[in-house]
Design a binder for this molecule. Structure first.
Ligand code: NAD
Length: 409
């Protein structure tokens, strides 16, 4: 596959730029190469489709329950995470942050969040004085994660941040440093680490139930149609979404390759595709494919796309068996099959516990100091690997890596 219509080197330079976001690409009409804008800003969006707001008031809460401010009232916050707070005994929604006053009011009333705990983006820094808020949950477009995390730490709050952690490793490092300075905890919301099928898959691979891992193949594929969900157009805007499908969806395949092999890759080759004359891909890639080689000799092939029929598969082939996860990393409906000495389907309970279990871990980290299963360092590691994938695609050469995921010069 070839990248056309934009300079991938420009894209990688963009990834290294922490001071300004460059919109430069020959494929963006009216935007000259090298032109820069400020960092993207948060702004209000309409209520997403298909939201059913709760009609019941929130449960009474434990005295040690952690109060979260939800920042960004989009599809994932409203349809997945916010309804699951009621299943995490030590977590509750204490405040909301949104740029849409009417949405803020409706969601605030439905979740029993008082009017004086509803903030606009402009008022965000005032959360410092709000003792009801212990932690901030950042569910904004990815290009906004770093700035809001740093501001939340400056306000003295803990930070649970959606994936990808940020769009550049420099921003990830900035977030980690801000957390250390503030002496506050940072977690990346990789819910799959709390999902029973994926947890069991990790354990099976550690026990070598398919033997020594030889290959991992992952497909995180979808076909994007921004015209049907205009509020989600940020996913094809480079300043907010980076390269596109890899940061958004392919990151699950990257994660799976790492948590199933339990290794870091030592080298990466990759290719990207950006079709000409398709407005969906004026700024982001349509497809990214990469190949990771691990010290054990295992090889992972990762495919991700915004322009393919849908698929969410993780397939491991060992020297004596295989693990097939299809679908592998969604919200529910997981199916996992182990083919080893025997062939068996794994039935492991309700995948939807992943949302609340993730909150349980972060609230326990804040209250009891327990380890965070998916800390900022894991988010940084993954963003470094994403940068390495783009570098490999750009140069057409294998990129060699240090064990911490940094590219070797
Ligand atoms: P979305 O478009 O539905 O919601 C984003 C919200 O951010 C909007 O509703 C709006 O309120 C707010 N916003 C503020 N400034 C904005 C701007 N400039 N442009 C657009 N929106 C702006 O997106 P989403 O699917 O809810 O994704 C939000 C975050 O959650 C992303 O980081 C995404 O990667 C992550 N996510 C994670 C999962 C998961 O399974 N962990 C699933 C979906 C999304």
């Amino acid at each position: 596959m070839n990248a056309i219509g934009m300079s991938r080197r420009r894209f990688i330079e963009l990834g290294r730029d922490t001071a300004a976001v460059t919109l430069a690409t020959a494929a963006v009409p009216g935007v000259a190469l090298g032109q820069t804008s400020g960092r993207p800003a948060a702004s209000g969006r309409p209520m997403p489709d298909d939201v059913s707001l709760p009609s019941m008031p929130q449960r009474s809460r434990r005295p040690d329950s952690v109060g979260y401010a939800i920042v960004g009232l989009g599809d994932y916050a409203l349809n997945q995470m916010m309804p699951r707070f009621s299943r995490s005994p030590r977590s509750h929604i204490a405040a909301l942050v949104s740029g849409n006053p009417e949405k803020l009011r409706r969601v605030g009333e439905a979740y029993g969040v008082p009017a004086d705990a509803r903030y606009s983006y402009e008022q965000f820094d005032r959360i410092a004085a709000d003792r009801r808020i212990d932690a901030v949950y950042i569910v904004l477009p990815s290009g906004l994660h770093a700035d809001y995390a740093v501001r939340a730490f400056a306000a003295g709050k803990h930070v649970l941040c959606e994936k990808p952690m940020a769009l550049t490793s420099a921003d990830c490092e900035r977030m980690i440093a801000a957390g250390h300075r503030a002496n506050r905890r940072l977690m990346i919301a990789y819910r799959v680490h709390f999902e029973p099928h994926n947890i069991e898959a990790m354990a099976l691979m550690r026990r070598q139930e398919a033997g020594k891992i030889r290959f991992v193949r992952t497909e995180q594929l979808s076909r994007t149609d921004p015209s049907s969900r205009p509020a989600e157009n940020w996913r094809i805007d480079r300043a907010l979404a980076g390269g596109g499908p890899l940061e958004d969806y392919g990151i699950y395949g990257l994660q799976a390759a790492l948590y199933l092999t339990n290794e870091m890759p030592e080298s990466i080759t990759a290719a990207t595709f950006q079709p000409a004359n398709d407005p969906r891909f004026a700024q982001v890639f349509a497809s990214v494919a990469s190949q990771l080689t691990f010290p054990s000799g295992a090889i992972a092939q990762l495919m991700t796309s915004y322009d393919s029929s849908g698929s969410n598969i993780v397939h491991v082939r060992g020297d004596t068996g295989a693990l097939i996860m299809d679908p592998a990393t969604g919200y529910e409906g997981h199916k996992v099959r182990l083919e080893g000495r025997e062939r068996r389907e794994l039935s492991l309970g309700d995948p939807t516990v992943q949302f609340a279990a993730q909150l349980d871990n972060f609230s326990a980290a804040i209250r009891d100091g327990v380890a965070i299963r998916t800390p900022g360092e894991m988010g940084l590691r993954d963003v470094r690997l994403i940068e390495a994938i783009y570098t490999a695609a750009d140069t057409g050469r294998a990129v060699r890596l240090s064990p911490d995921g940094k590219m070797r010069r």
